[in-house]
Structure formats: C-alpha cells, structure tokens
Design a protein around this ligand. Structure first.
Ligand code: GDP
Ligand code: MG
Length: 436
C-alpha cells in the first residue's frame, strides 16, 4: 500500500542531517508515484512534487525526526495549501437561500440533498427539499423517504415535466411556509450530455441560486476531474461535494479537482447514513491522501516541543564525534516533553510498528536518567573513564544495579560507534538504548 511505499521511499533519507538534492530526488519520485496511485492527476502530482522538492532542499532536520518524516510533513502542508488551506463554508443567506445540486446520475446528489437538509436543519434553519428529477418517478420517492428520515418537508410535482417550474413553485411554497433554505435536487445522466447540461444551466439561470454545488463520486478517479471541468465550464459552480469516501479511495480526486477547476470542496460524504457528512477540511484530506497522518502529527509535535537551537548544537557535536551523556540526557528530556512515549514509538513508521506492543511506558527512561544524573560532569563527557569502582558508585547513587549501568554504558558506546560510522545522527530512535 501507499504507506509502505512511502516508508520505502523515505528509507533513502534516513541517517541524513539535512535534506539535500541528491537524497530528495528519488524520494520525491516515489511521492509522485504514490500520489498518482491515490488518483491524483499526473500533471497535478508533478507540480506538487516539484514544488515540494524546491521547498525541502536545504531544510535542516530536527534531531527528533528523520528527513523522511520531515518530507512527509512538507508534502502534507503543500497538499493542504493546494486544497485551499481552510474549510470554505456554504452560504445559506437569503430569503430563502437556494442551494442547487448538480452532477451525474449516481454521483450521490439525492443522498447528499438529504444529508445537507439535516446538516442545515441542525443549524436551526427551516429547510425545504425539492424534487426536480423529472425523469425518474423513483427519484421523487427516494427524496421523500430521505426527507422523512431527517424530518424535512419535500416539495414535488410528479406530473410536472418542467424542472424550473417545479423549482419556482417550491420557492413560493417556501416563502409561504417560512422555509429559510431550499435545496433543489436535480436529474443527472450517466455521462455528460447536452440535454442535461441545458437543463441544469436553465435552472441556474432561472433560479439564481445562492450556491450551486457539484456532486461527484470520488471513486471515479480521473473521470471525476473531467466531469468537474465540464460542469464548471457550463455552470461556474460555487463548490464541490465529494461522495463515497467511505470506500477504499484515498481522495486524490479532491486535490485534482481543486487544482483543475479552482473551486473549493465544501463537503465530503461517506456513507448511506444521513449523518455521514462532513465539512471538507484540507488538512485532513491531505493526510488521507498521503495515508501518513501519524507521521505528520509526530512531526508537528516535534516541531512544537523541540528546541531547535539545542538540536543544532547536538548535531554539531555528533558530527565532531563528541556526543556525550549530557547530550543524551538532553535528548531524552526533549523526547519526554513530546508526551507519551508509547504513542510516539507507535507513530514511527517501520520500527514503530514492531515496537508498539513492547511494554514501554513513560517511566522507561527513568533508570537511564537516574544513571546519567549519578555521573560526574567528567564522566558524562568522557565515559571511557568510568571504571569498576565508578560503576559501583553510579549504580548505588541511581538505585540501579551494576548490570544496568554496564548495559547502558555498552549501549551508549555502541551508539557512539554507530554515529562515528555514519558521522551523522539518524534522527530515528535507532540509537536509543533501552533497559529491557
Ligand atoms: P444521484 O443519482 O446522484 O441522486 O445519486 P444517489 O443519491 O441516488 O446515490 C446513488 C447510489 O450511491 C445510491 O445507492 C446511494 O445509496 C449511494 N451513495 C450515495 N452517497 C454515498 C456515499 O457517500 N457512500 C456510499 N457508500 N454510497 C453512497
Ligand atoms: Mg437522484
């Protein structure tokens, strides 16, 4: 799956202190492939990744995260920005407000109309649903059933074959009955065709709706983008509704549609239940597209809590092979500041998954800290001077055993050796000794 692919892609970047042109190139290529797999349009995927590449190069990597993890975060921020950064609310101002629903047959218009009616009703506004699918009698019944479910009136004229007339009559009805919002559900076809386009265009011109929404099935991938483009050229709609996000689809269509038609996505619909509707949030969708929400929140937390100057200072010492127990202690304390250690480890791709079930709690670092704190300044800087009698003293002082002290010293030594070979800290938790 995508996460595994990205995991693999980011492996190239582990063990690097900052993002360079060489190590980023292959990763960016993998991200591009991953985006395309998530149904993002090829051109869009290329634009995004080119931009990410330029932004990423030269960025210093905080010691707490690996360059790969940082790149995921950069990618996610970029996708969020491309999808508009913030949620764009639906306007329901008007007397009454008119919301015109457009889209192909089967895209989920009628289902969405019911959901939207409930959504607006919950905001305390009186809503009227209007059945303007004049071709299928069953469509009227379907809307009536949904209206009943959500407790909203449905206006319909089964004999009338003029959609605009029905809609106008519905408006009169709404005004007389104190309805504040009128949702107009319309007919669709299986593919874009002239008659449907003329009809929906006529409805838009005739009704002058507060908002025209375009409903699209997110599972239709590349077609979704083309349909959106065609509808937008004719209707100049105000917002997009992505449906059927309850399936396997990663939502790449959201990114493609947004970049191709430059209209905000306003809602996502993810099931047949009437409350399976959410306002569209670009940041959440970007995490869904990347499939690495855990990594992203890890990086965010790291960015919030890690002292960047301290990280740089330690990085420098590592490069000079001067990493000391004091530096190690400082890192432990930073990691602890980030919160629950078990959570953090669970968030790490790869190793994190393996270690998730190992019993490690927030107290796991306590004996390590105690041992280091029992060392003298000199000992922390030059662990090689810690002989047998010093070990005994440290064990006594820290309330641990000589075996614990020996173990930590050995692990610390191994870690330093590893650093020496790489001469760059991996940034992953690889170097951390544990007390198990
Ligand atoms: P319309 O032709 O555009 O009005 O589409 P409908 O609202 O009738 O929906 C077509 C089919 O898709 C129906 O079987 C719906 O139950 C189903 N459907 C609509 N929205 C969703 C959704 O968000 N998730 C899933 N899984 N099915 C949906
Ligand atoms: Mg319908």
């Amino acid at each position: 799956n995508l996460t595994q692919k990205l995991d693999k892609a980011f492996k190239n970047l582990k063990g690097q202190g900052s993002i360079t042109e060489i190590n980023v190139a292959s990763t960016v290529k993998e991200i591009r492939r991953a985006l395309i797999d998530a149904d993002v349009n090829y051109k869009v995927a290329k634009e995004v990744t080119d931009k990410i590449k330029n932004e990423a190069i030269g960025q210093d990597v905080l010691i707490s995260v690996s360059p790969g993890q940082l790149l995921v975060k950069i990618t996610s921020d970029e996708l969020t920005a491309l999808m508009g950064e913030k949620a764009v609310p639906l306007s329901t101002d008007g007397s009454p407000a008119i919301i015109l629903i457009s889209g192909l047959q089967g895209s989920g218009k009628t289902t969405f109309s019911g959901k939207l009616a409930q959504f607006i009703k919950k905001q305390g506004k009186d809503v009227l649903l209007t059945a303007c699918d004049i071709y299928r009698p069953a469509a009227i019944d379907q809307l009536k059933v949904l209206g009943e479910q959500v407790g909203v009136d449905v206006y319909a004229e089964p004999e009338n074959k003029n959609a605009l007339e029905i809609a106008n009559n519905a408006l009169d009805y709404a005004k007389k009955n104190g309805k504040k919002v009128v949702i107009v559900d319309t007919a669709g076809r299986l593919a874009v065709d002239e008659q449907m386009m003329n009809e929906i265009e006529g409805l838009k011109k005739g009704l002058n709706p507060t908002e025209t929404l375009f409903v699209v099935d997110s599972m239709t991938g590349q077609d979704a983008v083309n349909t959106a483009k065609t509808f937008n050229e004719r209707l100049d709609f105000d917002g997009v509704v992505l449906t059927k996000l309850d399936g396997d689809t990663r939502g790449g269509a959201a990114l493609s549609i947004r970049t191709v038609v430059d209209k905000p996505i306003k809602f996502i619909s993810y099931g047949e239940k009437m409350d399976a509707l959410d306002v569209f949030h670009p940041d959440r969708m970007s995490q869904r597209i990347l499939g690495m929400g855990d990594v992203i929140s890890l990086v965010e937390r790291a960015q919030q809590t890690f002292d960047e100057d301290e990280a740089k200072r330690i990085n420098k010492k590592i490069r000079k092979n001067q990493f000391s127990f004091d530096d190690f202690l400082s890192q432990l304390q930073q990691i602890k500041k980030m919160g629950n250690i078990k959570d953090l480890i669970g968030m790490l791709p790869g190793a994190g998954k393996l270690m998730k079930d190992i019993d490690i709690d927030d107290d796991a670092f306590k004996p390590i800290e105690a041992i280091i704190l029992s060392m003298t300044k000199d000992e922390r800087e030059n662990p090689e001077i810690i002989n047998g009698s010093r070990r005994r003293r440290i064990a006594n002082g820290s309330g641990t055993s000589i075996q614990d002290v020996n173990k930590l010293l050995k692990q610390f030594n191994d870690m330093r050796k590893l650093m020496k070979t790489m001469n760059k800290f991996s940034g992953s938790r690889r170097g951390l000794p544990n007390m198990n």
